[in-house]
Ligand binder design. Structure first.
Ligand code: ZN
Length: 407
């Protein structure tokens, strides 16, 4: 579906678009990135619509009009109002100039700000409210050579799941032992978060093995592994780290209504709710007897800075997207999106690392879904398929040569 849309976009991409505002008209050239996706110079958009462009580490911060957008360079999404939305291509630097997917002007802006922007595809015009009406000009050029369909090498050594053999993934069932996690308000009597994360974690392991992916578990029994030690399970030869948790809310009016799933990658928390979830999960350190408990966020700032300059952040965000998309296909609750926050458990992983909150134990429907064998199996299949899809994309991006390593 996404590939079909992408192909269509590339096929129909005009050579330039016109941006019409009350202040006048600007033509902004469309060029293609290495994948053939049509792109616009951010400076062209901003000079026509107002705003600013700033590159900060791996992020591009672009104000369009007065609206702040964030782009992780190379990652096919944008972040607006702390919500991550997919794009057909990623923002990219070409000779120090920031290029954004054309889709931003043709789809995202008109959808987000329907009163302010309208895209006239026939005439390749992005029209801001208040722009004077102008006679239509002839349809723009089509660039027939552009093809966005990625080529996948047909490789006899691929597994039936489509990926190369040799992948290793770490699954981290949250909490354990003296740390029960949240009490599981709508779980069957005596079942706590630590039990459900382990049940689902073990199912994910089985599903991944079935797909030819080796799995290392941080725990397979009801034991406590220190937060600071969990990431170390994903070191040499490990492709990624997936931590599994169940969300809950403190007692307050209407708190049992919140439900659904969200996936976090490690970065500075952007919203109060993301900070709340990180605080709750980081609180597990109080069950640990080692000195780490005295300094629960020790080193986090340093590691954050390190990570921001580092491709694991980008890969983690892509992995989180894949996981969130796949959970959306099976989960009965709300898709709460990909989010970012400072989870201690993720700071020590030196590989792409994400934390999935699979639902709320404080919601009756989520509670049932998370503890039913059918629900758990569906979640495990969705997570395993997401991991395989991510690994497949990673192989495609990295070139399959260096992805078949043993581990
Ligand atoms: Zn948890």
């Amino acid at each position: 579906m996404i590939l079909a849309v992408l192909g269509l976009l590339a096929l129909q991409a005009p050579a330039s678009i016109t941006i019409a505002t009350a202040r006048g008209e600007d033509a902004v050239e469309v060029r293609t990135d290495v994948t053939g996706a049509p792109m616009l110079a951010a400076s062209g958009l901003v000079s026509a619509l107002g705003g600013s462009v700033r590159i900060s580490g791996s992020w591009a911060e672009v104000a369009i009009g007065r609206q702040p957008f964030r782009f992780l360079l190379g990652a096919p999404f944008y972040s607006y109002n702390d919500r991550v939305q997919p794009l057909a291509a990623g923002a990219t630097l070409i000779h120090d100039t920031l290029y954004l997917p054309l889709q931003l002007a043709t789809e995202a802006l008109p959808r987000l700000f329907a009163k302010q922007y309208r895209y006239d595809a026939e005439n390749a015009r992005l029209v801001e409210a208040g722009a004077p009406a102008v006679a239509a000009r002839p349809a723009s050029d089509v660039s027939p050579s552009a093809s966005a369909a990625p080529t996948v090498r047909d490789d006899a050594s691929r597994l039936p799941s489509g990926i190369l053999p040799g992948h290793l993934v770490t699954i981290d069932p949250g909490h354990g032992g003296v740390d029960p996690g949240n009490p599981g308000m709508f779980f069957p009597r005596g079942v706590r978060e630590k039990d459900v994360t382990l049940q689902i974690g073990l199912l994910v392991r089985d599903e991944l093995k079935r797909r030819g992916v080796a799995v290392r578990m941080t725990r397979t029994t009801d034991t406590l592994i220190a937060l600071g030690d969990r990431g170390a399970y994903c070191s040499d030869g490990c492709d990624l780290f997936l931590s599994i948790h169940i969300n809950s809310l403190p007692r307050r009016p209407g708190y049992t209504a919140a439900r659904g799933f969200e996936t976090y990658f490690l970065a500075e928390a952007k919203t109060e709710d993301a900070r709340r979830v990180a605080r709750m999960e980081n609180d597990a350190v109080r069950f640990e007897t080692e000195t780490v408990a005295s300094n629960p966020t020790g080193g986090l700032d340093f590691i954050l800075k390190d990570l921001q300059l580092n491709e694991h952040l980008r890969e983690s965000a892509l992995l989180a997207e894949r996981v969130q998309d796949n959970l959306d296909r099976v989960h009965t609750g709300t898709n709460r999106g990909v989010k970012q926050a400072g989870f201690m458990v993720l700071t020590t992983a030196r590989r792409p690392a994400i934390l999935a909150e699979l639902g709320y134990s404080t919601n009756p429907e989520d509670g049932r879904f998370l503890t039913s064998s059918a629900g758990q199996r569906q979640l495990a299949v969705a997570l395993a398929d997401a991991v395989v899809a991510y690994l497949h994309e990673y192989e495609r991006r990295a070139g399959s040569a260096d992805s078949g390593r043993g581990g």
